[in-house]
Design a protein around this ligand. Sequence first.
Ligand SMILES: [Zn+2]
Length: 398
Amino acid sequence: MSTTKATHQLTKQHNRDLVLKTIFDHETISRAQIARLTQLTRTTVSEVVSSLILEGLVQEVGLGSSNGGKPSIQLSLVANSRYLIGVNLAQNRFVGSVVDLRGEIKKTVEVPVRGGDGRQATGLVYKILDQLLDNEWKPVMGIGVGAPGLVNTRAGVVVNAVNLEWQDLPLAHLLGERYRLPVRVLNDSQATAIGEFVYGDHRSDGNLIVVNASHGIGAGILINGRLFQGDGGGAGEIGHVLVEHGEMENGLLCRCGRRGCLETLASGWAVLQAVQSTQRLPGKSQARTLGAIETKFCAGDPSVKEIVLEAGRSLGTAIGGLVGTLNIKKIILSGDMTRFGEPWLAAVREAMSEAALGRMVQETQLEIGKLDYRACILGSSAYLLLDDYSLLFRQQEN
Ligand SMILES: [Zn+2]
């Protein structure tokens, strides 16, 4: 291929990515609006749109009102023209779904996980993907995986996931070889943040922090609509920041091997440990799951209530630190701990207010996300597109 031809090809690819991204970002949009937003000429936009329509990725969906002028034809993504797979490798279950281009979940497969055996855990991921890829939702364009622990997204490697016994596991490579599809692996809290951002109605905010409080604790940070991963990919790993310096010898031993981490105070695991230790007293019935603790919490058990709210306060103090560091106004809470609802949220908010400057806290909106465990699935699938829009074409051309 000649240089000019190659350059022309690249420009074409770039324009298509740009137009497609703009259409993806809007429910419906006209050709003229696309031209304005992308700064491409109307002719170029029309050409690209025509080929997108021909490929079945974009459709015309009727007339929209325009201010003053004549109504213009609106375009929209064809949601079911391509599919993506998102997987959430949560603590005690792995869940994967086939998702359409608008984030609608078409099929879900879930397997329980006991943990502690790395090879078995990898086998369970295969089991889920085998089932998800064997159905009528086609073509699947790629696989996104939200994994716990430290993840090197660029290399597709799970650097360290303690409870799955994964160390330097080249998960993207393994899955890519097996399924012959593009694969992206990212931290589960970061995936959750993308899910809330793209599908939880927060795109207009631009910046967003999502704090995932489940068995472990982590946060995902979006700045100007892009995931901020930090220099080592671990941005938002607040679960293993020490927050308790007094009486540390009495504190729970964290899975990272230290005492005093946020996770030992504010996570679902910490709440379970604390409730169980009070229940060793005679005459108390045992609560073995967070669900059982929720029942006691709702029934007004005072000691359970105090443990849950104290966990909320610890989380709030840590979030106050994020407010002071980043001054991002929208913070979403996600994960298992959100089951404790408004009283827990109030405890988090109160401690956050005490931990950061009044003026900054006043402007901070703290709320519980609407997507629960699906946020991670949707986010890991959406990451495939955000990372590389041309994914949608490349497969088509092969
Ligand atoms: Zn720790």
